[in-house]
Ligand binder design. Structure first.
Ligand code: SF4
Ligand code: SF4
Length: 205
């Protein structure tokens, strides 16, 4: 008989503990965000899909060597270096710079050794795809479109929430000034010759 009442007591006690926790969260601050209608909150040092500046890449492979999962693919037609006069990479064409995001673990180890500071972790957090192949982002193809980071598929729609319009505009504005330089990086080039010095004025007596 004692066991019977003890079980009833235990049941009531555990239900009241559970309901107490539920009640507490009924009045707690809401942390759920109605994405994509509302912008997700990203921390300042958030590591999202990369930001790649093709115009500064010398295809030295340092980032690919640092990557612990070997998911960066780089191809070039010849040695590249930075032209000190313009700050742009010249030499052989950069024919491929790609990252396989089905392997990438967003560790940022690729950004550390880059001698020209042209690969960064970006603030794009959303790269859904329909196939594994689509998870490989060809940054050199993006450069042809004047882009330095991939856009989520849903952001290519016409009607977007205001925050997404703003985020997309920020990405476009950041890449716009170097659009032509990015295209030049995809072709072989040489250093610009310095302009010939103006002739010295004739001496007068
Ligand atoms: S973030 Fe890490 S895993 Fe991803 S490409 Fe860079 S080094 Fe590789
Ligand atoms: S991104 Fe930087 S480290 Fe990687 S190949 Fe280009 S210049 Fe070298």
């Amino acid at each position: 008989m004692g066991r019977y009442f003890a079980d009833i007591w235990d049941t009531l006690k555990t239900i009241s503990i559970g309901m107490g926790i539920t009640l507490k969260y009924c009045f707690a601050k809401t942390v759920t965000v109605q994405y994509p209608d509302m912008a997700p909150v990203l921390q300042p040092r958030y590591r999202g899909f990369h930001w790649f500046e093709a115009e500064k890449c010398i295809a030295c492979d340092q980032c690919a060597k640092a990557c612990p999962v070997d998911c960066i693919y780089i191809e070039k037609t010849g040695a590249r270096k930075i032209d000190k006069a313009t700050g742009e990479a010249i030499g052989g064409a950069l024919t491929r710079y790609a990252i396989d995001y089905s392997k990438c673990m967003f560790c940022a180890l690729c950004c550390e050794p880059c001698p020209t500071d042209c690969i960064h972790m970006g603030n794009n957090h959303d790269l859904s795809a329909f196939t594994r192949k689509e998870m490989v982002v060809e940054f050199t193809d993006l450069a042809k479109e004047g882009k330095q980071t991939p856009e989520p598929i849903w952001m290519q729609k016409e009607k977007l929430p205001a925050w997404a319009e703003e985020r997309k505009r920020q990405w476009q504005d950041r890449a716009a000034p170097v659009k032509d330089a990015m295209l030049r990086a995809l072709q072989a080039s040489e250093a610009k010759k310095p302009a010939p010095a103006a002739p010295a004025p004739a001496a007068t007596n």
